[in-house]
Structures are given as structure tokens and as C-alpha cells.
Write a protein that binds this ligand. Structure first.
Ligand code: TXA
Ligand code: MG
Length: 321
């Protein structure tokens, strides 16, 4: 199957493949025509850069013009794994891949299938998450099919992904380094190696102005996020929601939740960040299939992986209470 996939990539085709975070939609990172197809197939804005996947830190020099000492240290500690490093772009990497930027984002995924594919191709693979732009990220091959069937050549099915939220994107071209997107590696894990780390970019913007960030991770149903449950405050809200929707999904602890006349599809999920990360995007898709109109989600503690989970929930939500 890897041979077939490599043949597809060599002729400029697209192959979806598993990583430890979410499924990626891969093309040869050094082939600009192939990379352009990724944007077309996903409906992704051309200025949103892609992550380049490598099979080891040895490939860093092939895609980055300069590799600071901190990059080697971080790669040694966290690769293969959910940490993406932003570095100065090597001229070999086409601007299509970097969305026109003079930087590249690179990571080594922790998945035997992904690594075998990159090694067999002999080139790094550019891959965004393998969903239609704006939809929940795919954590199983079925999710990729749901969004992209008929538009891509091949899907390598490696079963459900282990982590479930995307990698942490860390910009090493700023001082101190900046977390552009929280993910599988937490700021607490990075600090001992880097000293100061700033939370910036999209992550900070989403926190400051949840209403203005662009659409991301959204199921068809409207998402209402309850950051921290309080009986007195939230009971009236649930009743109001129940008065306008027939079917509601509730994701969180079962407290004998009722929503007036609405049918509640309860997904009982203890507020454990690991569990949430692993299951959240799949739950969004399942509730959509059940025809749910509103999904109410309880938040988790904003620590460790919980930081990434809350980032995704805030972006998915049209209402935060
Ligand atoms: O876990 C992951 O990171 C998954 C798997 C497939 O590896 N990939 C993924 O890709 O989530 P995508 O395209 O959905 O998200 C890539 C993120 C975007 O927020 C993008 O803006 C950022 O990385 N990014 C990519 N290149 C960048 C660059 N040169 N500078 C700043 N941000 C960059
Ligand atoms: Mg994505």
C-alpha cells in the first residue's frame, strides 16, 4: 500500500494518511502543482501555510535555511511527536507550501505509516488536516471519506488517531519563541527547555476575541460552550435552548440534564483533557449524523492538553458562556 501511495505522490496526487494527532492530506512538499491541489480540494485560503512532515531531524536542513540550536534540542526531546517548529524557509521549499511566507513549519509525526511514506517518497510531505476547510479535524479514516471522498486518490487507514488534537505550532524565529497554536505538547513541557515561551498568534487572538476569529473546527450543529458549569447560571440557558431546538447534544458529565421539550443525546464524558482531545472531533461528527441542532459542551481545565482542547472549543463555538 505504501508503494501505491508513493506512486500517487510522485505523479503529483494526494494521499490522506494517519498521524498521532489527526489525519493529514499529503502531497510532495517540493511539488508546487501538487501542493496547489491540496488548497483546491480542501477549499483552503491560499495564504494559510501547510506543515511539512519529515522522517527525522536530519531532514531539517533540507527545508530550513537556518536551524537554531533550540530546534535540535526540541526535536531530540519531542520528535517524533506533536510539535511543529517554524523556521526560516529554505529556497527549495516552494512558496505555495508556505502560503507565501519566508518561514516553514516542520514536524516529524509519530506514526509508522506516515514515517514509512515519507521515507519511501524521499521528499518531505506537506499536509494540512484532511478535512474540508472549517470542519472538525478527521481523527479516523471514515471522517476523511466523509469530507473528501471522490476528490483524492488514496486514504491510508491506520485506525483512530491516538491524540486527537493537532500539533503545537511553535515559532522559533521570534525571541522568546511564540506558540502560534496550542496542541499536543503543552507550554509546561516546553518551558524547561526554552525558558520563556509566549502564547501568541491565533491562540492569543482567539482568547481575546472569540467573535472575530475565522470559522474553524465547526460541525453543522451550532456549538454552545459552557466553560465552567454552574447550576444556577446555566439551568435557564438550557431551558431556553430546549425551547428552540428539537434535538440537542450534550457533551460532559451527566447531571440529569434536561432541556425542556428537546430530546437530549448525551455523550457522558468525564472532564479529562486526554479523553476530550481524543474523542471531541469524532463526537461532533456523530452528533451531526444524529441530526442534532445544538451541541452543548462542557469545558475542561485549561492545563496541559486542556489548553489545546479549550482553544478548539472556543473556535468551534458560536456562543461561550
Ligand atoms: O497535527 C498537525 O499539526 C496536523 C497533522 C496532519 O500533522 N496538521 C495540521 O495542519 O493541523 P493544518 O494545516 O490544519 O494546520 C497548520 C497550522 C495552521 O494554523 C497554519 O497557519 C500553521 O500551522 N502554519 C503552517 N506554516 C506556518 C508558518 N510558516 N508560520 C506560521 N504558522 C504556520
Ligand atoms: Mg486544520
Amino acid at each position: 500500500m505504501i508503494e501505491r501511495a508513493v506512486a500517487v505522490l510522485r505523479r503529483g496526487g494526494l494521499v490522506a494518511f494517519p498521524t498521532e494527532t489527526v489525519y493529514g492530506l499529503g502531497a510532495d512538499a517540493l511539488n508546487p502543482q501538487a501542493v496547489r491541489r491540496i488548497f483546491a480540494v480542501k477549499g483552503r485560503p491560499a495564504d494559510n501555510p501547510l506543515i511539512i512532515h519529515v522522517a527525522g531531524a536530519g531532514q531539517l536542513r533540507d527545508v530550513a535555511r537556518e536551524v537554531p540550536e533550540s530546534a535540535w534540542v526540541l526535536a531530540e526531546r519531542f520528535w517524533p511527536g506533536p510539535l511543529t517548529l517554524v523556521l526560516p524557509r529554505h529556497e527549495r521549499v516552494p512558496l505555495e507550501t508556505t502560503g507565501g511566507l519566508e518561514t516553514v513549519a516542520v514536524r516529524m509525526p509519530d506514526s509508522a505509516i506516515a514515517l514509512a511514506l515519507i521515507r519511501a517518497l524521499g521528499h518531505p510531505i506537506a499536509a494540512p488536516s484532511a478535512n474540508l476547510s472549517g470542519r472538525p479535524s478527521p481523527t479516523a479514516a471514515e471522517h476523511v471519506l466523509e469530507d473528501l471522498q471522490g476528490r483524492i486518490e488514496l486514504i491510508l487507514d491506520g485506525g483512530p488517531t491516538r491524540i486527537g488534537v493537532e500539533s503545537t505550532v511553535l515559532d522559533l524565529t521570534t525571541s522568546p519563541p511564540t506558540i502560534l497554536r496550542p496542541g499536543g505538547v503543552s507550554p509546561e513541557q516546553l518551558r524547561p527547555l526554552l525558558g520563556e515561551v509566549r502564547l501568541g498568534g491565533e491562540a492569543a487572538a482567539a482568547r481575546r476575541s472569540p467573535g472575530t476569529r475565522y470559522r474553524h473546527y465547526r460541525p453543522r450543529a451550532e456549538v454552545v460552550l459552557i466553560e465552567r458549569w454552574e447550576e444556577a447560571k446555566h439551568r435557564p440557558l438550557l431551558e431556553r435552548l430546549g425551547a428552540r431546538a428539537y434535538r440537542i447534544g450534550y457533551v460532559g458529565r451527566d447531571r440529569g440534564i434536561s432541556f425542556g421539550k428537546a430530546t437530549v443525546h448525551l455523550v457522558e464524558l468525564p472532564p479529562d483533557p486526554q479523553e476530550y482531545a481524543r474523542r471531541l472531533f469524532a463526537i461532533f461528527r456523530e452528533l451531526d449524523q444524529q441530526g442534532v441542532e445544538v451541541i452543548v459542551v462542557e469545558g475542561v481545565e485549561e492545563e496541559g492538553l486542556g489548553i489545546a482542547v479549550m482553544d478548539r472549543l472556543r473556535r468551534a463555538a458560536s456562543r461561550i458562556v
